[in-house]
Design a protein around this ligand. Structure first.
Ligand SMILES: *[C@@H]1O[C@H](CO)[C@@H](O)[C@H](O)[C@H]1NC(C)=O
Ligand SMILES: *[C@@H]1O[C@H](CO)[C@@H](O)[C@H](O)[C@H]1NC(C)=O
Ligand SMILES: *[C@@H]1O[C@H](CO)[C@@H](O)[C@H](O)[C@H]1NC(C)=O
Ligand SMILES: *[C@@H]1O[C@H](CO)[C@@H](O)[C@H](O)[C@H]1NC(C)=O
Ligand SMILES: *[C@@H]1O[C@H](CO)[C@@H](O)[C@H](O)[C@H]1NC(C)=O
Ligand SMILES: *[C@@H]1O[C@H](CO)[C@@H](O)[C@H](O)[C@H]1NC(C)=O
Length: 828
């Protein structure tokens, strides 16, 4: 061997060694992956994914699979030999260079192999950064011309960029099949796949039994998932043409990790998001989500309304097939028509419009995307087995035509985001319609004789009114009780406000002993007390500088006492003696919200659903204060310590109307005396003393952020970025990682999409410009519905307060005043 040759070999070995330490990223002719050899894994270029051998759960077997390389919790996203496990560590993965197939063998026995679509010259297998294992021909210039790819054969996981659906040219069906158990990746009978009905949709199946149906794509989302909408985490789309039909999604920021997984144990398909700060996967969304998602829970021709009790209702014009079974909540027999249709009279039939629906099962359906609703109706009317029609695309005014034949199966109603469906009815249904017994419906088509048309016209108006009413009542049931709040304003007649004697109060509070002091607000100390009859009270002893006369003061207190709402702390009376002014409130067992959310232990008591209940309660309370026509109250000092929790953790706002009581409420909305708390104050209020309902909305937005994050707006400064909580939230939002804001102590929440929605709402509330902020009624509506929200603009008080405050005088003052409540630029 010549000297030169030795040097060359050494060089080669060195190069190889260095490559080994970098890990393989491709397998070609001369390379192999072996479970016990030198090259055990293949790593994608950016290091996100790794292909290799693994042992699932408590199994003894080895499998070839792909997992996230950087995630400490082993998360396998794809398995090659699901059916043929390896019982030792002798598995080897090789490339057969003549066929271009990747072949997995155990001691010479082939356990699994790919099938290349054509014969390559120089095949190479690569693990892409998307987690897709592909085989391509190095000689083939087009990078995407794969001979084979693992994304065509998903297991239980639907990764970003995968196509869920059909390649119609080859008949390839990409669907999900769950593992049998965490120890056994072999395919269970639990699957989720797109079905090529005329109007295609996806079904979740257990064997041949349907468990859940996605609903067909309606241009915006699957008909059954109005909650899936534009969001900062991922984009999604549905593609349907003559070659392909699939659903896919992609991550907005590749540093966010998200996947969809089908799980046979829980019988759900979940979207998970990796939360870096918590080092764990959290559930973002789940289907099926609730009872009404159970396939055909209510049987044929019925509607599932989750906020109704019972949830199942026959469709308009239908009655229970078996009334007895129906009334005992066995809905499986479904509903039948009040009046049978007759094919001879088909052209006399009409349609009833049902709104906010998940469209029926499309197994027997027909689709024409080129025709409009009017033609759709005519086509449906003409075929007497057509039972319903709808726009197939609901974007804008709606377009396209879908028709349903036979029984209408698996319909549900949403509070918002559902679609209109027109259901066929015999003409007599309209003539004899007894509005008292019908749920909402609009007669959209009745025919021929003008007499019938006239009746129809009248009924249409009646129907519309009725539908409005019924719709409102649905809203009501789903906690959208905005209307009722608005209307339950203060009564006209004066109420007598109980006046407590000083001695009574002193006795109740143990002579204002320090032991009974439960708080110190900006307006004075608060004491706990017990009246002689056992009633527990909270007494606010106002600091004396009210600047108001006694009568004036009493009048204001009387007014405030009339504000009654379940989310406001009830004012029981007052005490006025000598210099003393005191307000007597109902006592709240659980103290204030800040003692929960900012406390490491107690914050764990508030899971997301409790927090959401608190958020909505606060919003309702503020809305009541804002919208009460006779006494519009701007709170001006909303903060976590001013939200009290009753024994069932229902929130009650306290300290409302204090500005009024202190005689500093001015109509012009500009006060020289500023009441409020750092970190909650809207910029225009803190710097210019301009207050409005929108400054309360700002404070509410901050409060919302605190409830979600468990961090104080004021005390929180991100070390690296010198931002307050708002600034931090804004930064995370802009980076596409808003979920990093979520409180770690909230535990395993299955509501990340709802939490994200709330973060979005909070950012809309804290926008710099008051006019951009939504009003409180919109805020409440946004919170409880899954409506699509506008992109938030830059928030106010982005950085440290001092950096943002404009006027130098107020800047000075803002930076030096005390912690709790500040009073600036006193006028008098
Ligand atoms: C391991 O990888 C190196 C190149 O990275 C290659 O030279 C070597 O042959 C491989 N070993 C096996 C057993 O495939
Ligand atoms: C592994 O499986 C092979 C073939 O099925 C069998 O011959 C062998 O004994 C098994 N080895 C072990 C360790 O179970
Ligand atoms: C490659 O596959 C062909 C066809 O299956 C087979 O005849 C051949 O032996 C394989 N080559 C290797 C190196 O395994
Ligand atoms: C299915 O979900 C359960 C509960 O979350 C989990 O323990 C189990 O590991 C999951 N199964 C698989 C195959 O991942
Ligand atoms: C009505 O539609 C069904 C389903 O598409 C079809 O089978 C039937 O032939 C149609 N009937 C008429 C009279 O067009
Ligand atoms: C994505 O996240 C990274 C890392 O957190 C961040 O630096 C980057 O700005 C984000 N990209 C975009 C487009 O927001």
């Amino acid at each position: 061997m010549s000297f030169m040759r030795i040097i060359f070999l050494c060089y080669h070995i060195l190069v190889c060694l260095s490559e080994i330490s970098l890990a393989l990223d491709s397998i070609s002719q001369d390379l192999s992956l072996s479970d016990d050899g030198e090259n055990t894994t293949l790593v994608s270029k950016d290091g996100t994914f790794e292909l290799g051998f693994f042992t699932p759960g408590n199994s003894q077997k080895r499998y070839l699979g792909i997992w996230y390389r950087k995630i400490p919790v082993q998360t396998v996203v794809w398995v090659a030999n699901r059916l043929n496990p390896i019982n030792d560590s002798s598995g080897i993965l090789r490339m057969n260079s003549s066929t271009g197939d990747l072949v997995l063998t155990q001691k010479g026995t082939v356990l699994w192999s790919t099938t290349s679509s054509r014969k390559p010259e120089s095949p190479v297998a690569l693990l892409l950064d998307s987690g897709n294992l592909v085989v391509r021909d190095e000689k083939d210039a087009s990078a995407d011309a794969y001979l084979w790819q693992s994304f065509d054969y998903p297991t239980d996981t639907f990764l970003p960029e995968m196509k869920f659906g059909w390649d119609l040219r080859t008949g390839l069906h990409r669907r999900l099949t769950a593992w049998k158990s965490p120890d056994d990746p072999s395919p269970s009978d639990f699957s989720f796949g797109m079905v090529l009905n005329n109007y295609p949709e996806a079904y979740m199946m257990k064997g041949d039994q349907k468990l859940y149906r996605s609903g067909p794509w309606n241009g915006l989302h699957s008909s059954g998932s109005p909650q899936v909408k534009a969001n900062p985490i991922y984009d999604f789309k549905f593609v349907s043409n003559k070659d392909e039909l699939y659903y896919t999604y992609s991550l907005k920021n590749s540093s966010v990790i998200s996947r969809l997984v089908l799980n046979a144990t829980t019988s759900v398909r979940r979207r998970y998001v990796w939360i870096e700060s918590k080092q764990r996967w959290e559930v973002y969304t789940s289907v099926p989500l609730d009872l009404c998602d159970s396939y055909s829970l209510c049987g044929a021709n019925a509607n599932c309304v989750i906020s109704d009790s019972p949830v199942c209702q026959c469709l308009e014009g239908f009655k229970p097939k078996s009334p007895q079974a129906w009334s005992s909540m066995d809905w499986s027999h479904g509903c039948v028509r009040n009046r049978e249709l007759s094919c001879e009279n088909k052209h006399n039939d009409g349609f009833i419009k049902l709104t906010e629906l998940k469209t029926p099962d499309t197994t027997r359906s027909w689709l024409d995307q080129t025709i409009e609703l009017e033609e759709c109706r005519a086509k449906c009317l003409d075929n007497c087995s057509c039972m319903a029609y709808a726009n197939s695309d609901i974007i804008g005014q709606g377009s396209g035509c879908a028709m349903w034949f036979g029984d209408l199966i698996d319909i549900r109603q949403f509070a918002a985001g559902g679609q209109d469906v027109y259901v066929r009815m015999d003409a007599s249904e309209f003539e004899h319609q007894n509005m008292d017994h019908k749920k909402g419906g609009v007669v959209v088509a009745v025919t021929v004789s003008s007499a019938v048309a006239l009746i129809a016209g009248i009924l249409m108006i009646l129907g519309w009114c009725y539908r409005k009413k019924s719709h409102d009542s649905v809203k009501e049931r789903s906690n959208l009780s905005i209307k009722s709040n608005q209307n339950s304003g203060i009564q006209v007649d004066d109420i007598d406000l109980p006046v407590f004697g000083l001695s009574t109060i002193a006795k109740a509070t143990g002579n204002f002993t320090i032991k009974n002091k439960i708080g110190e607000g900006g307006f004075g100390p608060v004491y706990r007390g017990t009246l002689a009859d056992g009633l527990e009270i909270a007494v606010k002893r106002l600091s004396t500088s009210s600047g108001q006369g006694l009568t004036e003061f009493k009048n204001e207190v009387k007014l405030i006492a009339k504000l009654q709402h379940r989310n406001l702390v009830k004012l029981l009376g007052c005490c006025l003696e000598g210099e003393e002014k005191m307000l007597v409130y109902e006592y709240m067992l659980n103290g204030s919200l800040d003692s929960f959310i900012f406390d490491q232990q107690r914050s764990e008591l508030l899971d997301w659903s409790k927090r959401f209940n608190i958020i909505c309660g606060i919003a309702k309370g503020i809305l009541y204060l804002h919208q009460d026509s006779r006494l519009r109250i701007i709170h001006r000092d909303l903060k976590a310590s001013n939200v009290l929790l009753d024994s069932e953790l229902n929130p009650k706002i306290s300290d409302f109307g204090m500005a009024k009581i202190f005689g500093i409420d001015q109509n012009e909305g500009n006060t020289r005396r500023i009441v409020g708390t750092y970190g909650y104050m809207a910029p225009e209020y803190a710097t210019d003393g301009l207050f409005s309902v929108k400054s309360d909305v700002f404070s509410f937005g901050v409060l919302l952020m605190e409830i979600i994050s468990g961090k104080r707006s004021r005390g929180y400064y991100n070390q690296n970025h010198s931002q307050n909580l708002i600034g931090h939230a804004w930064k995370l939002w802009k980076e596409g990682k808003p979920l990093e804001l979520v409180d770690k102590s909230m535990g395993d929440s299955s509501f990340l999409s709802q939490i994200l929605h709330c973060i979005h709402v909070s950012l809309l509330c804290v926008q710099q410009n008051p006019e951009d902020r939504p009003g409180m009624s919109s805020v409440l509506l946004m919170l409880v519905s899954e409506l699509e929200l506008p992109e938030p603009k830059r928030p106010g008080f982005f950085g440290k307060y001092s950096a943002e405050a404009d006027s130098s005088t107020s800047k000075q003052q803002l930076c030096t005043t005390n912690e709790i409540t500040i009073t600036l630029l006193e006028a008098r």
